[in-house]
Design a protein around this ligand. Structure first.
Ligand SMILES: [Cu+2]
Length: 270
């Protein structure tokens, strides 16, 4: 019964030509179309599943848009576990590296909550395009700062195809430690224009890019955004990382409306 339903969904997607890349559907990300979890009337992007950039150019800003949803789509409690879900039927490009991260400064700086490295959307090495895994549990650290304007992000560096960077973001509230802070790895942004590192196509080598992920600096975030860690708790290197912005999407020279579709996609999307 279940597989019949899934097959039906796939057939529908093929028939309507919607078969595309991967997109988060829960929590409702900004611009998510046809998503009952999203605030009614919010703007949508029917290309929500497209990458925000490639190794050669920036197609869209981080999070796809700077504009927040009209309201927080979920309220999360520090110390609990949340489930993130993805749209079925998209091209999963043989897996790759997913990072799940949180921003307290409106989407400029992200601290990583969970990595799913190498085989994101799959159970192991594969040359497949149909995701085997469409949901991940994210344990929320118990010392996350409280916020009414946090931004949760899923990002993905695909294993096969064009060198792309995918990112969807959801506006959420966090019930955690009032005035608290949290230290973790800074989100790796790669394959996102010439200012970022390139993770080569895996071609079966799932260690590609793992060195970059392993060398992410630590940053400390709090309800005011990202800040230097408390004195004595870390190094000047992480202070620098917390305050620097790796890529300014506004510096993209691509003209609006052409860049995303031009850069994307050598993937086997139909
Ligand atoms: Cu794709």
């Amino acid at each position: 019964m279940f597989s019949k339903l899934n097959l039906g969904v796939l057939v529908t997607l093929f028939a309507t030509g919607v078969y595309s890349h991967m997109a988060m559907i829960k929590p409702c990300p900004r611009l998510s179309p046809n998503n009952s979890l999203c605030p009614a009337g919010d703007p949508v992007d029917y290309d929500i599943a497209k990458p925000i950039g490639t190794s050669s150019g920036v197609g869209q800003p981080l999070c796809k848009t700077d504009k927040k949803s009209s309201k927080n789509v979920e309220t999360w409690t520090a110390g609990s576990t949340v489930t993130v879900k993805f749209q079925p039927g998209g091209a999963a490009h043989s897996g790759g590296h997913c990072q799940f991260a949180l921003s307290y400064d409106g989407g400029k700086t992200f601290v990583v909550l969970k990595d799913v490295l190498r085989y994101c959307f799959f159970k192991g090495q594969t040359s497949g395009n149909n995701a085997e895994v469409l949901s991940y549990d994210i344990p929320l650290p118990s010392n996350l700062p409280s916020s009414n304007s946090a931004v949760f992000a899923w990002t993905w560096i695909n294993a096969s195809g064009n060198r792309e960077y995918y990112m969807n973001c959801a506006d959420i509230a966090i019930k955690g430690v009032d005035g608290g802070s949290y230290t973790g790895k800074k989100l790796l942004i790669a394959n996102y224009g010439p200012g970022t590192p390139v993770v080569a196509e895996f071609n079966g080598n799932y260690e590609n890019g793992v060195d970059l992920l392993n060398s992410r600096p630590s940053i400390t975030v709090n309800a005011g955004g990202a800040s230097p860690p408390p004195a004595g708790s870390s190094t000047s290197a992480s202070t620098k990382a917390a305050t620097s912005t790796p890529v300014s999407p506004s510096k993209s020279t691509s003209s609006p409306g052409t860049s995303a579709s031009a850069e994307c996609c050598a993937c086997p999307c139909k």
